[in-house]
Design a protein around this ligand. Structure first.
Ligand SMILES: [Zn+2]
Length: 199
């Protein structure tokens, strides 16, 4: 335990995902040794992101206005929606340059252990987007782990009867993993080789 401000900083850093007590301590002492100007830049970035960034009204991706950059882009095709768990998955898929449609961010995956059910995800918003019949294919790109598979299965069952083409990313993605950790080539191939799944 350190005194006052240092310990407060370590405690705050330690609450971030993936930052254990040792890392929190290392980052805190790094910041202590950093020039005030550089620390100011970090503070500004944190303040700005909270003030300016919100979630897209349409797809749930991070956005700086009502619609995110992708939803607002008229060059993106409107007949394919790729369903992902988190905004970071959008970034991972965009890196592959394989996909030119739009996204839908669920905000997580079905996870009974952590009490996350279908009602906690942006599934109703997805159904609303599909209601006008413009979309012909839904690609389920939830993570290749238990929760992601359960979510994909649940969605496939809902979407199947709507007469849509419902596809799932091809195998080859590391099982049990997180979409964002797949390299671009693997993820790109998984996209090309996506397969139909039954409803
Ligand atoms: Zn959007």
């Amino acid at each position: 335990m350190y005194e006052g401000a240092v310990q407060d900083l370590i405690d705050e850093l330690g609450r971030l995902p993936g930052v254990g007590p040792k890392s929190a301590q290392r980052i805190a002492f790094h910041l202590l040794a950093t020039d005030a100007v550089d620390v100011r830049r970090l503070v500004d970035a944190l303040t700005e992101v909270k003030a300016r960034v919100r979630f897209c009204d349409t797809c749930g991706n991070v956005a700086e206005s009502e619609q995110c950059r992708i939803c607002a882009d008229p060059r993106r095709s409107v007949d394919v929606i790729c369903v992902v768990e988190e905004p970071k998955d959008v970034v991972a898929i965009e890196r592959t340059r394989e996909f030119r449609g739009k996204y839908h961010v669920l905000g997580g995956a079905i996870n009974p252990i952590e009490n996350v059910g279908p009602g906690d995800l942006r599934i109703a918003q997805l159904m609303t987007r599909l209601a006008d019949g413009q979309v012909t294919e839904v690609i389920l790109a939830t993570d290749p782990n238990v929760e992601g598979e359960a979510t994909a299965t649940y969605l496939a069952r809902m979407l199947g009867p709507m007469g849509l083409r419902v596809t799932r990313l091809a195998s080859g993605l590391p099982v049990g993993g997180d979409l964002e950790y797949a390299d671009e080539v693997t993820l790109g191939r998984a996209f090309e080789g996506r397969r139909l799944i039954g409803g």
